[in-house]
Design a protein around this ligand. Structure first.
Ligand code: ZN
Length: 673
């Protein structure tokens, strides 16, 4: 609902590189890679804007402990035990037990708890209980999270099963049908209540006639104490109060340098919500936030994502601070402004064209700070608020986060992917030069023009293509972009640097669709996901139809298969032909033709090629999950204490940053009851 993850709509970015001298990679462990993102243009913001970002960034970091506690009631205790051993242990740090404990701690930091951030399974520690106990005994007990009167033995007896026993709290979020999802989930949103009790509690609150319902349960833990079920609300004076007070302190500072009246109003309302915990106040805030459109700087700070609650009500705390990327937004605006030209010149039948077409202008933002559930693992798009009635009455904000996508792309440079899969140095040079740019541009054309182009013939049912509808729709949007990428119009508009650049996206697209996207599919399976089907449909269709002219080939070198494009211009012609046909299918609601295209080209996989691709990919040892460290902001003041500048730096390492956050933003007690 909230976040566009990497795999959702949009064009697959393979690992197309482009280099600059910024170091995008930090480190790699377990199944994770830590990256760094660049806050492009921060230096060019005004002092007031920099100050605003600084205050909002502080507010983004102050809530870190909230998420740890939301993800599991022992997470803050376990983090402190691990960190103390990690920093103070004087035994052999090269010992396997210690090394594996370090990896475990790094995973706990990444997941904000002891369960995998994505799969939600509990981590299996690669170190022994004996080692950990001895290590804990060797450090200063004043630094350990002991309750008053508690001995270290008692602490270990309490906590070790949580870490070491696979049967204790095995899943953060259990979705297994038929089980009590509340009792069997380790996330800390309910205490002492069953799923039925929780559902009954909230069903009793709902009024089916309310057209403006608040999001019940969003900002509280539901508990049963002395036989009574009630909410412990997250607010100042309530649960998580100490962290929220700090957040509010920085929001107040932010309010003094806000860019517009709308922004001030939104910040003030958020402060009010953190104080009263009233969900009506939250809705008022969400409406003010949606209306704040003229500020360059924007932020999310609050209880937002509900994926961590098996019942989908309780929201995890997160924050992102960002500002509008003027250059990239200019690009999407340029495309939008020329939407009619593109519609008029597309190769589809006149009957299927819109007489009047409106482009969608997507805002591209630059992330300046990530916090809570957006850190270190993050989204590349944001679409908020979540409340359905607010979305339909007041609208929503939908943005893509350009500098994070960019960091993913750049970090892929030199990871060996292109060296392994791209046919020759000539293609690799082409991709180095243009692939990032043309990849982004293809996404923009897809989003701003592709989906909005064309029309259904009168009387044709929207859902006529049924299960094939989304694959056909994604193919239509992709083809619209592919067809126009080589067009001289794009050079005229300044969107591409020359008439050659598009070849980078053509090569990437064909390689991905014919071969490399198969790395995401298990051997023996078909292509299922709509975007992947669409890409294979387009690539395979063009490959097959181009055979008489040898437009695209699959060639073997040293026993390995490669994509080789022999005629880029003819390939464009094929994309145009397929666009015309796909638009016809859509406009006429031709179900039989949709089914045939999808089944013939998009679903089946050559098992031999699949096996080869998987084997080649595995040898590269690429991490399936990625996350980011944040930059560090530092305020510069003059003799009279006035802020004269805010400096940004990118040198902090992963463990260094995590330990600093645990020190500087340790806002909650180890136990929050
Ligand atoms: Zn799409």
């Amino acid at each position: 609902m909230v976040a566009t993850m990497l795999t959702s709509c949009g064009i697959s970015k393979t690992d197309a590189p482009q280099s600059d001298d910024f170091d995008y990679t930090v480190e790699q462990f377990a199944d994770l890679q830590i990256l760094r993102y660049k806050v492009k243009d921060f230096e060019n913001l005004s002092l007031k804007q920099k100050e605003l970002i600084y205050y909002l960034s502080q507010a983004a970091l102050e809530g870190r402990d909230i998420l740890f506690d939301q993800n599991g009631k022992y997470n803050l205790i376990i983090r402190k035990m691990l960190e103390t051993v990690y920093t103070d242990y004087e035994g052999d740090r090269a010992d396997t037990n210690f090394v594996n404990m370090e990896t475990y701690l790094k995973r706990v930091w990444f997941s904000n708890g002891i369960h995998h951030h994505y799969a939600s399974d509990k981590f299996v520690p690669g170190f022994s209980q004996e080692f950990f106990k001895k290590a804990l005994q060797s450090v200063d007990s004043a630094k350990l999270p002991l309750m008053e009167g508690q001995t270290l033995d008692q602490l270990c007896d309490e906590i070790f099963p949580v870490i070491f026993d696979p049967k204790v709290m095995p899943k953060r979020v259990n979705q297994a049908d038929g089980e009590d999802l509340v009792l069997t989930s380790a996330s800390n949103y309910y205490e002492g209540v069953t799923q039925k009790e929780a559902e009954d509690f909230y069903n009793a609150m709902k009024n089916p006639n309310d057209t403006m319902p608040v999001m019940f349960g969003m900002n509280s833990r539901l508990v049963k104490e002395n036989g009574k079920i009630f909410e412990k609300t997250w607010k100042i004076g309530g649960l998580y109060g100490p962290a929220i007070e700090k957040i509010v302190y920085w929001l107040r500072m932010a309010s003094t340098v806000a860019e517009t009246g709308e922004q001030t109003a939104a910040i003030e309302k958020l402060i009010q919500f953190y104080k009263d915990g009233d969900l009506k106040t939250f809705d008022e805030y969400a409406i003010l936030w949606v209306k704040d459109l003229n500020s360059r700087i924007d932020f999310v700070n609050g209880f937002t994502e509900s994926y961590g609650d098996p019942l989908g009500m309780k929201a995890s705390w997160e924050s992102i601070v960002n500002f509008k990327d003027l250059e990239a937004t200019h690009r999407t605006e340029t495309i939008s402004k020329n939407a009619q030209w593109f519609e008029d010149h597309s190769p589809v039948d006149l009957r299927f064209k819109k007489e009047e077409v409106k482009g969608v202008s997507a805002k591209v933002i630059t992330a300046a700070m990530l916090g809570g559930d957006l850190y270190p693992s993050t989204a590349i798009g944001i679409n908020l608020p979540n409340s359905n009635w607010i979305r339909s009455v007041h609208g929503s904000k939908s943005v893509t986060i350009g500098n994070l996508t960019d960091a993913y792309n750049k970090a892929a440079h030199g990871n060996g992917f292109n060296e392994e899969f791209v046919y020759s140095q000539a293609e690799r040079d082409l991709l180095d030069k243009y692939a990032d740019l043309t990849g982004d541009l293809h996404t923009d054309l897809h989003e701003c023009l592709g989906h909005g182009s064309g029309q259904l013939l009168p009387g044709v049912d929207q859902d006529a293509l049924k299960a094939y509808g989304s694959t056909i729709e994604e193919a239509r949007a992709d083809l619209f972009g592919l067809y126009y990428l080589p067009d001289a119009k794009l050079v005229d508009l300044g969107l591409t640097p020359n008439k050659e650049a598009y070849k980078a996206e053509y090569y990437t697209y064909m390689m991905n669709g014919l071969m490399t996207q198969l790395v995401r599919i298990e051997l023996g399976n078909d292509v299922e996901e709509a975007h992947m089907r669409n890409r294979q449909l387009i690539a395979k269709w063009a490959f097959e139809k181009g055979k008489p002219d040898n437009v695209v080939e699959l060639v073997k070198k040293d026993g390995k298969t490669y994509v080789k494009i022999n005629d880029y211009e003819k390939l464009r012609g094929l994309f145009g032909q397929l666009l015309a046909e796909i638009q016809r299918i859509k406009s006429e609601g031709d179900f039989a033709a949709a089914r045939q295209l999808v089944e013939d080209y998009a679903v089946k996989v050559d098992p031999k090629l699949h096996e080869e691709v998987l084997a080649r990919y595995e040898k590269l040892h690429l991490s399936p999950y990625k996350g980011f460290v944040n930059p560090v902001y530092e305020v510069v003041t003059n003799d009279s204490g006035e802020v004269t500048d805010v400096k940004i730096s990118y040198t902090e390492g992963y463990a260094q940053q995590m330990l600093r956050y645990s020190r500087e933003y340790a806002n909650l007690p180890y136990r929050n009851e």
